[in-house]
Design a protein around this ligand. Structure first.
Ligand SMILES: Cc1cc2nc3c(=O)[nH]c(=O)nc-3n(C[C@H](O)[C@H](O)[C@H](O)COP(=O)(O)OP(=O)(O)OC[C@H]3O[C@@H](n4cnc5c(N)ncnc54)[C@H](O)[C@@H]3O)c2cc1C
Ligand SMILES: NC(=O)c1ccc[n+]([C@@H]2O[C@H](COP(=O)([O-])OP(=O)(O)OC[C@H]3O[C@@H](n4cnc5c(N)ncnc54)[C@H](OP(=O)(O)O)[C@@H]3O)[C@@H](O)[C@H]2O)c1
Length: 251
């Protein structure tokens, strides 16, 4: 049996000229919120592999259909340019099984969960907060979405729905680094941790005693944020050595 499952594109939302969400029907493919699957299209002629595949985080909750993936077209990216051209009805291939440990079941107990993302790193957090699990484990959840420009603050309707479903427990903080945007924090996540502006905006202390932090997106953000958190005595969480920070990098 081929490891690839053929799915069907059933929706394609174009948020900006570079940001897309694909909805894909593939009921055989299952996952835990926070995990990533693999999307693929037939490889160009002459390639060593049969399929050109890349990992993508699931954005939908595990018990919902269709599956959803949120991606950015990267300059000269071999797969994203082709994904961006897909339309409803087109075939797309997925690995049958999902992967990754970026999920609530892997986290230690804490009072507050901070979900810090850049760009398309928002995706797995949307899946996580759409399940009951984090709300049963953490009294407060803070979701930060940091982007370059205001029009990249996507999924605002979904995020507003989360706030309505969990009054008093959920805080969404948009951040925009390359233009002024009313309502959004300016700059980058690590600086906003170091100068206290992120905590001030959340109305919540970010401290080793009460918090767990999940980081997803740009690897430079993940590195720099871990340094800012280390200054507060917070270290990487591992199964054998519990800590405060759980990470997923996209490249
Ligand atoms: C565990 C995991 C989960 C991922 N989930 C997602 C996801 O949900 N959405 C998503 O858009 N991408 C995700 N990625 C990245 C994705 O797998 C591809 O690398 C990306 O879509 C580009 O594919 P490509 O073939 O066009 O170019 P590639 O040859 O794969 O990448 C070219 C270059 O583009 C840059 N790049 C790659 N991904 C991104 C990104 N997301 N944002 C900014 N720059 C990037 C890097 O500099 C990379 O070296 C994930 C990666 C990993 C490892
Ligand atoms: N967004 C665009 O308009 C655009 C245009 C052309 C090409 N691209 C390419 O598209 C890809 C994805 O771009 P993207 O905008 O989605 O993602 P991105 O480059 O990861 O930027 C998202 C956010 O992460 C911040 N960031 C970057 N490095 C950081 C660090 N070390 N610490 C903390 N925060 C950091 C950025 O701040 P800063 O703004 O301060 O960097 C921005 O606010 C990249 O390969 C990029 O080169 C993007």
């Amino acid at each position: 049996m081929s490891k690839w499952v053929q799915g069907k594109v059933v929706g394609h939302r174009r948020w900006t000229d570079r940001l897309h969400s694909l909805q894909v029907e593939a009921p055989e493919v299952t996952f835990i919120a926070g995990q990533f699957g693999r999307l693929a299209l037939p490889a160009p002629p002459g390639s060593k592999e049969e399929m050109l595949g890349r990992p993508y985080s699931f954005v939908n909750a595990p018990d919902t259909a269709p599956h959803e993936f949120y991606f950015v077209t990267v300059p000269d990216g071999p797969l994203t340019a082709r994904l961006a051209a897909l339309s409803p009805g087109d075939p797309i291939w997925l690995l049958r099984t999902a992967n990754g440990f970026f999920s609530v079941g892997e986290l230690p107990d804490a009072d507050a969960l901070w979900c810090l993302s850049t760009g398309t790193g928002l995706g797995p957090f949307l899946s996580i907060v759409r399940t009951p699990d984090p709300w049963a484990r953490f009294g407060r959840i803070v979701l930060v979405h940091a982007v370059r420009y205001g029009n990249e603050l996507t999924y605002r309707d979904v995020i507003a729905g989360i706030g309505t479903a969990h009054p008093g427990a959920f805080t969404y903080i948009p951040m925009v680094s390359r233009e002024a945007r009313p309502g959004a924090l300016a700059g980058r996540i690590p600086a906003a941790i170091s100068d206290g502006s992120l905590e001030f905006r959340a109305g919540l202390a970010l401290a080793a005693e009460n918090s767990h932090i999940m980081l997803c997106g740009n690897p430079a953000m993940v590195d720099d944020t871990q340094k800012a958190l280390a200054a507060r005595g917070m270290r990487r969480h591992r199964r054998r050595e519990p800590g405060h920070v759980t990470v997923e990098t996209y490249w």
